[in-house]
Design a protein around this ligand. Sequence first.
Ligand SMILES: [Zn+2]
Length: 316
Amino acid sequence: MPAIDGSLDNHIYGGYHSEAIERLLGSGWAALPVIILAAHPDDEVLGAGGLLKYLKDVRIIHITDGAPKKMKPGSLGFSSSKEYSLARRAELASALRLLPGGNFETIELGIPDLEATFNLPFIARESASLFKKIRPAVVFTHPYEGGHPDHDSAAFAARAAIKLLEEEGAGAPGLLEFTSYHSRAGRMVTSEFLPGRDSVKFILSEGERLLKKEMIEAFITQRGALKVFSTDYERFRRAPFYDFNSPPHEGKLFYENFKWGVSGKLWRRCASRALKELKLNKLTIKKTDRLNASPVQKSVSNAFDFLLAAIERIFL
Ligand SMILES: [Zn+2]
């Protein structure tokens, strides 16, 4: 099937669809910001570094500061957890400086690395209040896939925040997901979603690929770990309505391979308690996530839908 811009080759190898990007940033639509709700500094670049280049007003909310609560002095080459978190923050700033123009405000909720699970109601409420204040058209976040407990907590917080706004009758943004990592048949899978749901794949152009690579290289403290992430393509999809009381997949979750202090069972217990505390027991009931969106939010959301649909027409 020919691409919307008339060239299938250009489309596959040429990166983000130019017509869709133009529509997304066209008059009126660029006025509304996009939020990226990420667990750690670097998740936004791994998941959406190629796309970031095209977005003019991005607010990146980090749930954690990327540093564990307790660090032995000298571990990872830092004297304290604070020093490590500041280094990670500086790396993020260097990565974002590589992007042309645009407004990239970063907001940190200040939870230590690996502690999001124990702060779900706080993160959900803070996210809801930021969504309300910033009024984004779309929020991008992690999928619920058992890769990292903080990632799953971001997926929880984004959906819970939207639900809280809907219950208030306030405008709610569309919710999309970028990829992270998870376990499949005992192996780590990066830059892909768990199978079973539609997603769209953007093959990055040479320029987008080089920029993304350069941004990833800015995260010097994470250098070894980030080698396994693709700079060839990016995938996105609409966030499913998860049942956070059930595991994301059968078998051992990726983070259960490590002594990170969180098992899947413990995470789900915390999620279930958080749902009760937030009075969102019916969170998993399927309902459109843009029911109360404002007309402008709807139009930007539609532009994102167009972006996804443009690619779906070619790849699916
Ligand atoms: Zn992460």
